[in-house]
Design a protein around this ligand. Sequence first.
Ligand code: 7TS
Length: 411
Amino acid sequence: MLDVEGIRNDFPILARQVHGKPLVYLDSAATSQKPRQVLETLREYYEEYNSNVHRGIHALAEKATERYEAARERVARFIGAAGPQNIIFTRNTTEAINLVAYAWARPRLHEGDEILLTPMEHHSNLIPWQLVARSTGARLRYVQLTPDGRIDWTSFLALLGPKTRLVAVTHVSNVLGTINPVREMVAAAHRVGALVLVDGAQSVPHMPVDVRELDCDFLAFSGHKMLAPTGIGVLYGKEEVLEEMEPFLGGGEMIGEVTLESATWRELPWKFEAGTPNIAGAIALAAACDYLDALGREEVYRHGLELAEYALRRLQEIDGVTLYGPGPGVARGALVAFTMKGIHPHDISTILDQDGIAIRAGHHCAQPLHRWLNVPATARASFYIYNTCGDIDSLVQSLYRAREYFEYVLR
Ligand code: 7TS
């Protein structure tokens, strides 16, 4: 069991009020809040050893370089990667996926090749592949979903074949909460010679993720959804795959020898890190890894699942509420998407905000999924280590208030 009260004390923002009410933050799938330990790491970097990495031969530059590279090793350990050579720092999940689309897919795919996706992908794991398809002639294929929003295994196996070059799939859906059977998907994809990219934006922050166990070829995730600052993300790649790839961006840091006509590349992972990186962000991400590992990743997952199950149960009690994704009793991510009959999700969110409750409403950057669900938008409550069942009780109470308000207005 997590000591949620103790955890809450580490998050200064949770003490604030919104519209005169205590903040109830239920939007961690968009971005998580940050604990003192992470904020302190940022402050320490900027106040004590702010300097560029890999360049200066002075005390501050050496300390910054040492801490930046130690952060890479920390992140490698966090996801079970063989070593720092597998870890490329990016801005976020989106940039990590685009790196693979530009540096791996574009030079390799041709007409007749296929990329296998699911309709539940976030736009950041969809648009890069649409662009690849447009420029290479490769074809995008989509796995069918079961009515409760899981991958239809028969459809997946039927679509997988010798033409499949890449499977790009989210580990956990940011709308449905579905946890996809990534390990099994990787094994099946490898049997036909396809590579697999896992979008870990909603899984890495919330559950144990081990890339060697999954055997995925790429894993992308964002620091800001796992207690770290915005502007730092990670691309994990298998060494032999990264070795074969040409750089994504060119510039300082990523080169060996440069002449006016040509250049050689630095070894992994620096080949993919052109320009001054987000040094403070990477070091703070390592502090976030420390924080989550100290709590226990299995415990973090169990806490999120408990909150999601409690939310499903409580929301089901409200007349006119429709829930999306797998029902209670099925393993799922720490979020719940829903609609209320007669009230637009944006109006729900606005009324909740008046009560200090932050949720997200809209298509959550998953328009094709909402088309599949046959709703233009959903409301989504998402949870993390600092949330309690009491937060969900506040949500439910506020939803009753929203319904009363709308019944009154509509009468
Ligand atoms: N993939 C998934 C599954 C996501 O949930 C998100 C962000 C991304 C990729 C993109 O992450 P970024 O850090 O590169 O922007 N999801 C959300 C969300 O659900 N609400 O706000 C952002």
